[in-house]
Structure formats: C-alpha cells, structure tokens
Design a protein around this ligand. Structure first.
Ligand code: G3I
Length: 300
C-alpha cells in the first residue's frame, strides 16, 4: 500500500494523526490528512476547557468540526481527553472535594453521551501518574477527590458510550519503568475487579530512540488483556527516521497494538516548536521517517 492508513489497514490497524480544527482550511494540511491517515484525534478541541467552558454549558463546535471531517472521510476518531489535570476550565480549577468529583463525572457523562457511537476509543483519563521513581499517582485536584476517581470516570464513560474502547493514556511510559509499572498495576487491578478498561495509550513523545524494552512494555500491557495504542508519537533528533521505523515495527510485532497516532502532520504543526519531530516537512513533503514507517507497516 502507498499510504500510511492503507498500509496499516492491511493488518487491521489504524494510523492516525492529531488534528487542529483551525487548520481544516489549509489545503496542504487537509490533502495530507485525507490521503494518509485513517484515524483522527482532536489535538485540543475535546478537552475539558474547550467542551465545558462554563459549568453545565457545553460547546462542541470545534470538536464536532473535527469529528465530522473525520467521519465524512471514512476515518475513525480517538476521543481525547475526558479528564486531565491540565486544560481544565477555570471554574473547575477552583473546585475541590465532592463538588469537583461531581462536576468531573458529570463532564465525562455529558461529553461521552454527546459523542456516543462515534468515537472508536476515548482517552478517559490522561496523565494521572507521577513522573520519577514513585510509581504512584500525580498530585492534582482530581486525585485529591479520592484515589477512586479514575475508576469512577471509567465506569461513567462505559455507561454513557458502551461501544467506545476506554483507554488510560500517559507519557514517559515508553519503556518498563516505575511510572509504566504503576499504570500496569492499576490496569491489572481494574481487570481483576471488573472496572471497565479496554486500552492503554502510550503517548511516545521521544527523542532519538525508543527505549530498548519498548516492545516488551507494549507486550506486557497486552498480556493483561487490553489493547495498546501508540497515541501521540513524535520523535526529535538525528536518529529520527530509524526510531520511527523501530516504533512501528514494535507495534506490528504486538498483536494487540492496534494503532499508531502521530501528534500532528507537518513539523510546523507540532507542539515541539523547532524540533521537527513529525513525518512531513513544513511544506508537506514526506521525510525519511515517513518511508521507514510505511515500509514497516507494509512488511506486516
Ligand atoms: O486557543 C488559544 C488561543 O485562543 C490563544 O490565542 C493562544 C495563545 O497562546 O493559545 C491557544 O491555546 C493553546 C492551545 O494549545 C491551542 O493552540 C494553548 O495556549 C496551548 O497551551 C495548547 O497547547 C496544547 C497542549 O497540549 C496543552 O497542554 C498543544 O496544542 C497540544 O499539542 C498538547 O497536547 C498534549 C496532549 O493533549 C496530552 N499529552 C501531551 C501533549 C503535548 O503537550
């Protein structure tokens, strides 16, 4: 196959990108999006600050724009993200305790209900684990409502949209380390207790290389009985092309690694300003990393 999406589809996988609503009028951007990708994630437009700017008042204008562009062009949609300690609306930042918990769960229910039946996978909870060696939860206003906030969010999401796959998503979880092991233990506990969880997102914001145990880490999550998805891939540095190839081969080698999403289309679309961590140049040309990814997808 000659495009990323078609090549991934040969093995039943998807290959997606983050999309920004304000770029849907840029013809170079839209041409690459429509040609190359079969999955879309809203880069910012489905987050809490965007979708519930005032408590109980929901705004789906930009999120719907991305969703409809994707669905009208035959692409799946990853929902990102129902609850996160960042990009909360100001009103939620000022809440705590049972009031915040109630607002958070209501947010999950309302947004997942709005998009019911249209989202392939939801990042229900994003980045709730601490960096460093503790393997524990990150301190946040949500965490301070009680350790069970994550499972409460997953249960609410399942009730609102029973057919969406429900994911936990995080960064610095690319290899086997204290943080990824903390998440691994949570997922194992959720599976043992029947808390609904279907997938783990490994963001994969990388520099130069994937860790040598990247594939083993994907595999250990898959062995818990969840899908793994590479959700926000971007790679800086001089070994970029080889590293993109290695990440793609690792996913292809894990049966339950069901898809890869890159975090933007052209280098100029990236949040990593000046690092050029994506598959297309600012003018929309394919980079060496693109060819490595395509070859790895086609190798099956
Ligand atoms: O929308 C406002 C605009 O009105 C204003 O004029 C402009 C001026 O700064 O800011 C705009 O908001 C920015 C928004 O992106 C949309 O462009 C925010 O300042 C900026 O902070 C925000 O950054 C996003 C970041 O998440 C926020 O934490 C990035 O685009 C987005 O790529 C990034 O994505 C995250 C994932 O969601 C989770 N994992 C990590 C990843 C990278 O940080």
């Amino acid at each position: 196959a000659t495009t990323l999406g078609a090549a991934a589809a040969q093995s039943g996988r998807n290959f997606g990108t983050a999309v920004a609503a304000q770029k849907l009028g840029d013809s170079t951007y839209v041409n690459i999006l429509n040609t190359e990708f079969n999955s879309v994630t809203a880069e910012n437009e489905m987050k809490w600050d965007a979708t519930e700017p005032n408590r109980g008042q929901f705004n789906y204008t930009s999120g719907d724009r991305i969703l409809n562009h994707a669905l009208n062009n035959g692409k799946q949609v990853r929902g990102h993200a129902l609850l996160w300690h960042q990009q909360q609306p100001r009103w939620a930042q000022g809440l705590s305790g049972s009031d915040l918990r109630q607002a958070a769960i209501n947010h999950v229910t309302q947004v997942a209900t709005h998009y019911r039946g249209k989202i392939h996978s939801w990042d229900v909870v994003n980045e709730a684990f601490a960096d460093g060696g503790s393997g524990g939860r990150r301190d946040s206003n949500l965490q301070r409502t009680g350790n069970d906030w994550i499972e409460a969010a997953f249960r609410a999401a399942r009730a609102a949209d029973p057919n969406a796959k429900l994911c936990y998503n995080d960064y610095n979880t690319d290899g086997i380390n204290a943080k990824s092991t903390g998440i691994y233990n949570m997922v194992r506990d959720f599976k043992a207790r029947g808390v609904p969880i279907d997938c783990v997102g490994i963001q994969s914001h990388l520099s130069n290389n994937a860790p040598s145990d990247y594939q083993a880490n994907l595999q250990r999550f898959a062995d818990l009985g969840v899908d793994v998805q590479i959700t926000e891939l971007d790679i800086s540095g001089s070994n970029q092309a080889n590293a993109f190839g290695a990440v793609t081969r690792a996913c292809m080698a894990v049966a339950r690694c069901t898809g890869i999403t890159v975090w933007g289309i052209r280098d100029t679309d990236s949040w990593r300003t000046g690092e050029n961590p994506l598959l297309f140049t600012g003018s929309g040309a394919k980079k060496p990393a693109y060819n490595q990814v395509l070859d790895a997808l086609n190798a099956g």
